[in-house]
Design a binder for this molecule. Sequence first.
Ligand SMILES: [Zn+2]
Length: 180
Amino acid sequence: MKVKKTERKSVVKSVGGGRMFDQCDWSGCTVKAGPSHFIHGKAYCPQHYHPALEKHFLEEFKAWDGKERPGRKFLNLFARYTEDLYFCRNQDIPGGLSKGRINDRIFDIKKTKFCVDFSIERHPYAWKNPLKMKEVRQDWRFNVKRKQLRLLREIVLWSPPKDGIEDDLEEYWDDFNGSL
Ligand SMILES: [Zn+2]
């Protein structure tokens, strides 16, 4: 089959196990794609990576009927797009969210006209101070039009009892040391 010249340029070639950089898939762009700027089989230059991510995400957002949990592709694009939005603004993504956390751990994902609502369980202080560790459920909203993540509410699912936790821990360490 004869491949047209315009189609040929978007074929990613593999040479000696490595991946040769493709030309940017953005319409009219002739720049080479960046090394980590692949979006679901398409390659983009650094300048077009973010607009392309937004375009791909918006397409998935439109295509999702909101009735069922969105698929892996939506989650992947949602996670990458939101993290990259804040990265482009030179800001931290709010609430310590991250691409990985959004991609792997969000649940109860709902769609409203211009928003994606979702929940995530968090364990603040888990590593910094076990005495203060608690378990919370956070409900977040991403407004697709305003391009903003907002924490709607935080519900404490579990927190250490106000007194007694230190005694419990002391007892635990006594038992632990005793068992050595
Ligand atoms: Zn480009």
